[in-house]
Design a protein around this ligand. Structure first.
Ligand code: NDP
Length: 494
């Protein structure tokens, strides 16, 4: 951090080399206030455009990001350290979400007539979803394009302006995303980025002009954000951490399950909210699974197959969990020596007690705990015995059984016979339960998250002898109503 210039600034650093990637202002509460105040007329302008025009602008933004993908990928690579191939996949996923949000906003949110019901036979009823105004988006660093775009694209498509506070580790990505948007929407600051540290995010959450906060980050920070939101009764969608489990059933395709568990746990250096952190394997296939898993893991290395740990402080958590797992369980691969800052090689440990930090707390590193279970029921019970409830994975040869297990998994999303596949389907809502947060991004639910329902009822004609909302109403009208309601609703079903 530097105070050499008049405005305080901070540097974003490459986690791989420590080199300075960029220098950005630390925007204080007054700067955040000014950004939100600028965004208010922009929200009014953007919200007043018709659906077709907003769709056209958003699809143009999608094209701008797509054509500039190399620049976006390079910034993600520099600020997070992740390999460019992984950054490319991340940006492509985000592009598919901008596309879906743009193309589906009108269908999901636009005005439609709804049935007034028999008692309202003389009424016409319409429902539409109106923009909220200025939405504040607070994002993390692990997927600095995909994750915030899950809120930004949907909030914009719903007709809101967005003020985006990226993580202090990835401010350059945030600034670039807003700069590219200005190429498609130059007239008004409909999407703008404010940079800074945690206090900048806190100022955004507490700003009275913000009509909703979309927060993605840790559960602990979500609680602070929620407290700041409470000041103005600002609603919040909270996408927090996870401790996701992968279940391997007796009839599963074991090599595929092992491959998925390894990638789900180690890719992006384990810094994935919906990454695999725990595996429960049914006894019948346990030994096969472990053979497949360790065989594949032996060839995977940090710095070669995935990047460094992006946030230096996370190394302490990862190290603590590895030490705990190694002390209480049986090491299958790696150990404390796997931590080669800023890199961490894969660590796999069996039989770590279920109440230990390595099994209960989010590690956010390339580690995996594996446990043998009697059957899928025991696996599900252990998977569900977590304060978190973000996502999960089931490998099974029986589709009906897998679907039944998925429904009973206490999580917002479950992938069957694949890992994290739900995140690539824009129509599916994304979000968790419990300590993993509440509210949804992506899909129709994600669009409605950033809009307020507006209900209008219009009387088309008066019903003679049925004026119920008047002091002129008499007993005869009430009797007629009771007769009608008894006819409609009074038949018992046995
Ligand atoms: P943090 O909770 O540390 O930070 C998230 C964001 O909040 C950052 O922009 C941060 O700014 C900002 N912030 C920090 N303090 C405050 C405050 N008091 N008020 C408002 N904003 C604040 O999370 P990380 O960035 O470390 O991200 C990792 C976490 O995110 C993991 O727990 C992961 O599971 C979760 N995550 C969840 C996802 C989901 O969709 N459910 C997706 C991706 C990640 P600054 O960086 O400047 O401190």
């Amino acid at each position: 951090m530097s105070t050499a210039t008049e405005q305080r600034t901070f540097d974003s650093l490459s986690p791989a080399t420590g080199a300075v990637v960029g220098t950005h202002p630390i925007q204080d509460a007054a700067a955040v206030r000014a950004a939100v105040a600028d965004a208010e007329p922009a929200a009014a302008w953007w919200g007043a455009l018709d659906w077709a025009e907003r769709r056209r602008r958003l699809l143009d933004y999608k094209a701008v990001v797509t054509r500039d993908i190399a620049r976006v990928v390079d910034m993600v690579h520099q600020e997070t350290g992740k390999p460019k191939a992984d950054a490319t996949l991340e940006v492509i996923l985000a592009i598919t979400h901008i596309d879906w949000a743009a193309r589906n906003a009108r269908k999901v949110l636009g005005p439609r007539r709804v049935s007034p019901g028999m008692v309202g036979v003389n009424l016409a009823a319409t429902l539409e979803y109106l923009p909220l105004g200025v939405v504040g988006v607070i994002g993390p660093w692990n997927y600095p394009v995909f994750t915030p775009m899950g809120s930004i694209a949907y909030a914009l498509a719903a007709g809101n302006a967005v003020v985006f506070k990226p993580s202090e580790l990835t401010p350059g990505v945030g600034v670039l995303l807003a700069d590219l948007f200005a190429e498609s929407v130059p007239e008004q600051p409909v999407l703008r980025t404010v940079t800074g540290l945690g206090e900048t995010g806190a100022a955004l959450a507490g700003d009275p002009g913000i009509k909703k906060i979309a927060f993605t980050g840790s559960t602990a920070t979500a609680k602070r954000v929620m407290a700041a939101c409470a000041e103005n009764l600002t609603p919040l969608v909270a996408e927090c951490g996870g401790k996701d489990a992968l279940i391997v059933d007796a009839d599963a395709n074991v090599p595929a399950a092992a491959d998925a568990a390894l990638w789900g746990a180690m890719s992006n250096s384990g810094q994935t909210c919906v990454g695999v952190e725990r595996v429960y394997v049914v006894d019948a296939v346990y030994d096969d699974f472990m053979r497949e898993l360790t065989g594949r893991a032996a060839n995977v290395r940090a710095g070669q197959d995935y990047g460094p740990v992006t946030m230096p402080a996370q190394i302490d958590v990862i190290r603590r969990h590895i030490d705990d797992a190694v002390a209480t369980g049986k090491v299958v691969l790696g150990g404390p020596e796997s931590v080669r800052e800023p890199y961490v090689d894969p660590v796999i440990v069996e039989d770590v007690p279920e109440d230990s930090p390595a099994v209960r707390e989010e590690t956010f590193g390339p580690t995996l705990t594996v446990r043998r279970v009697a059957d899928a029921e025991e696996a599900l019970a252990l998977a569900n015995a977590s304060a978190y409830g973000l996502a999960g994975t089931i490998f099974s040869g029986d589709v009906r059984r897998a679907m039944a297990l998925a429904r009973r998994m206490r999580s917002g999303m479950t992938a069957i016979n694949s890992v994290i596949s739900f995140a690539s389907i824009p129509a599916l809502p994304f979000g968790g339960v419990g300590d993993s947060g509440f509210g949804r991004i992506h899909g129709a639910d994600g669009l409605r998250e950033f809009a307020r329902p507006k209900a209008v009822s219009r009387q088309r004609f008066g019903l003679p002898g049925m004026n119920l909302t008047s002091f002129t109403r008499g007993q005869a009208e009430l009797d007629r109503l009771v007769k009608l309601v008894t006819f409609l609703h009074g038949r018992r079903k046995r």
